[in-house]
Design a protein around this ligand. Structure first.
Ligand SMILES: Nc1ncnc2c1ncn2[C@@H]1O[C@H](COP(=O)(O)OP(=O)(O)OP(=O)(O)O)[C@@H](O)[C@H]1O
Ligand SMILES: O=C(O)c1ccc[n+]([C@@H]2O[C@H](COP(=O)([O-])O)[C@@H](O)[C@H]2O)c1
Length: 189
């Protein structure tokens, strides 16, 4: 079983998220993608963040794919840091091939995540390109640190079975949407 771990604040979810979900399923040959609605990104303020229950309902409407599972697992496990989540999941499901799925902006700042090198050594990572983040992601400290572990885009189907560190940059169509823009538009309306 190959499972993508797609965590997010999803405040609110949008078509860019749906794009990431679909692309990861296709390019990585995943059996499932778990949309993990975060109790709160440890690097972001939780001011004004709707509760997990509200965001779950909204994410279900956007994720809408037979292989997508939308879950509040992080709230239930009591994890906020991805390293804790990955450790717990690997212990709970040792036979599942997990892949971390993130957008290019998060790969650009991955070196600020708790235990980032260790995360990259525990789980393969798929990075989906995003407008305005391509260069920052490909020149990031994480990209440079793990330059030797980058897998060619055409080999995405192999990624879940590789021994980490292993990461892929998935280019192609970029979707110019962000939750920040949607929140601002809602405030103006
Ligand atoms: N348009 C997009 N293209 C590619 N990846 C995206 C896109 N939007 C979000 N992501 C990725 O999806 C994950 C969840 O993103 P998040 O919920 O923070 O949305 P966001 O639009 O980045 O929100 P915000 O503007 O509040 O930071 C992150 O890994 C992020 O990089
Ligand atoms: O573990 C960390 O230090 C860490 C730092 C920043 C983000 N994350 C996770 O990255 C995912 C995407 O976050 P966000 O807010 O960009 O949607 C979400 O699952 C967060 O919990 C994790």
């Amino acid at each position: 079983m190959r499972v993508g771990l797609y965590g997010g604040s999803f405040n609110p979810p949008h078509r860019g998220h749906a794009h990431v979900g679909r692309l990861a399923l296709q390019r990585l040959g995943l059996d499932r993608i778990w949309w993990l609605v975060s109790p709160g990104n440890p690097l972001k303020s939780t001011d004004g963040l709707p509760d997990v229950g509200q965001r779950l309902a909204a994410v279900r409407r956007v994720a809408n794919h037979p292989r997508a599972v939308v879950t509040d697992l992080e709230a239930r496990l009591g994890t906020r840091y991805t390293i804790d989540l990955v450790r717990r999941l690997k212990a709970l499901r040792p036979h599942v091939r997990f892949v971390l799925v993130i957008g290019a902006d998060n790969w650009a700042t991955f070196h600020r995540w708790g235990g980032w090198r260790e995360i990259a050594r525990m789980v393969p990572i798929a990075v989906v390109d995003r407008p305005g983040a391509t260069f920052a992601a490909l020149a990031s400290p994480a990209a440079r640190t793990f330059a030797g572990a980058r897998v060619a885009e055409r080999d995405g189907l192999l990624l879940p079975d590789l021994v980490p560190p292993a990461w892929i940059f998935i280019a192609g169509v970029k979707v110019p949407l962000s939750s920040t823009d949607l929140r601002r538009a809602a405030e103006r309306a």
